[in-house]
Design a protein around this ligand. Structure first.
Ligand code: LLP
Length: 421
């Protein structure tokens, strides 16, 4: 459920008409709903009620300071994957002991930043990385809390570009080598082993792969405990999928996911961490764009929008489906017609949808891409010197621009000219 609904024929974000935001900030833009962000965070938090837990929002999904602050004030921890994300979390007021640091290639500088500013734990991805964390901790005279990310060799049954839990993927250490790696970790004086981490992929639409992975984590917990490690925290990653196509998709609900976690891991008495990103931010955001032209081709018609692949890359990159709706609600029973919906960028990949049935639309009309809150703004670029589009946050009947659209001068002046030119 989200808070983008039609009222009297017009699409609203909570209590604000989308058309009012478009008039104020211009198109295209991203708009997020505070109520939806908080609702989704709470669904996870409630799903783990009764278990010692922390929901660490995977901020890679949408990392605007205003979004982070909204979630942090509700009690969320954060999952970060770079020094930059770590600093964003701190800037949004998240205390170090609620920040977990994931990612396959943490540099010594990033590790230093986190150890200096405070960190809940590093999720270690490889043996060489473990040695570097140890060395930096010793240099700073602190102890680094760690889990080791294990790769359970489970098929997440999701898009190949976002599956991470198979042995051929670059993530984590093979679960079969865990004993050896944990023994080494325990021998390093700059590290404190506190738990196990696993994340098998993103946009999972079934519970079964999670359950297979978590059962392996349960077995491993018992084995490592028997080997003398004090395993007391399990980080279960993110990955629960969302219904991108509202008429077809029905992924499991957070409450079902939470019950499965309790069932597979509850008996171990560990603190549970989860790292959802997409489910918190995805359906809490729209990308709003304007029709520039309606073009009749030889065998098909095109809706040419002012938004493009540089603003929302998911369709081009993952063949992802986003529902696209008219901001002015179509009359009931109005005839729909198929269009290829495209942006103005000079490549055929700049296609949002092929042969999508849409109500009649004319130049100047607004359309909204649903489920664009996660991996939308954060993956955008200024390809074709198209400025990064603004982000807007709605809260009840208020809205605020939370990232401005840069001017062309700002963009051009970021480049510097060598003295020989
Ligand atoms: N934890 C770790 C270690 C991750 O790598 C990820 C996502 C998450 C948590 C959050 O997963 P989520 O709950 O959002 O599924 N750009 C792609 C998605 C990439 C996901 C990368 N890792 C897309 O647009 O579909």
């Amino acid at each position: 459920m989200d808070h983008f609904l039609y009222r009297d024929g017009a699409l609203f974000a909570e209590d604000v008409p989308i058309s009012e935001i478009a008039a104020a900030v211009g198109t295209p833009f991203y708009v997020y709903s505070t109520a939806t962000l908080l609702r989704h965070f709470k669904l996870f938090d409630d799903a783990l009620e009764g278990t010692d837990h922390l929901v660490c929002y995977a901020m890679k999904a949408a990392s605007n300071q205003a979004i982070l602050k909204t979630l942090a004030q509700a009690g969320a921890g954060m999952d970060v994957v770079s020094g930059g994300e770590y600093l964003r979390a701190k800037a949004a007021g998240v205390p170090g002991d609620k920040i977990v640091f994931s990612g396959v290639g943490k540099t010594a500088d990033e590790i230093r930043t986190a150890l200096t500013g405070g960190i809940r734990q590093f999720n270690v991805e490889s043996e060489p990385e473990m040695e570097v964390i140890n060395a930096v901790a010793l240099e700073l005279g602190v102890i680094a809390p760690i889990t080791v990310r294990v790769n359970p060799d489970v098929d997440a049954k999701t898009h190949a570009k976002i599956a991470t839990g198979k042995s051929e993927n670059k993530f984590g250490i093979p679960i079969s080598r865990a004993s050896e790696v944990y023994a080494r970790a325990a021998s390093l004086p700059g590290l404190e082993v506190i738990g196990i981490d696993v994340h098998i992929g993103s946009q999972l639409t079934e519970l079964e792969p999670f359950e297979l992975a978590y059962n392996k984590v349960a077995e491993l917990t018992e084995r490592l405990r028997a080997e003398g490690h004090n395993i007391r925290r399990l980080d279960l990653g993110g990955g629960l999928g969302i219904p991108y196509n509202r008429s077809n998709d029905a992924p499991p609900l957070p409450v079902e996911y939470g019950a499965m976690i309790q069932k597979t891991l509850g008996h171990l008495g560990c603190e549970i961490e989860i790292e959802p990103g997409r489910l918190i931010a995805g359906n809490a955001g729209l990308m709003v764009s304007k029709v520039i032209y309606v073009k009749s081709g030889e065998d098909r018609d095109f809706l040419i929008l002012d938004g493009a692949m540089n603003d929302l890359i998911r369709p081009a990159m993952y063949e992802a489906h986003h529902d696209i709706v008219a901001v002015q609600e179509p009359e009931p029973g109005v005839e729909r017609q198929p269009y290829d919906i495209v942006g103005p960028v000079c490549e055929t990949g700049d296609t949002f949808a092929k042969q999508r049935n849409m109500p009649p639309l004319a130049p100047g009309d607004l359309v909204a891409f649903r489920s664009a809150g996660a991996y939308g703004a954060v993956m955008s670029s200024e390809y074709n010197t198209r400025p990064l589009i603004p982000e807007v946050l709605v809260n009840g009947d208020q809205f605020a621009v939370i990232r401005e659209r840069p001017s062309f001068d700002e963009i051009i002046n970021r480049d510097t000219i060598p003295e020989w030119l």
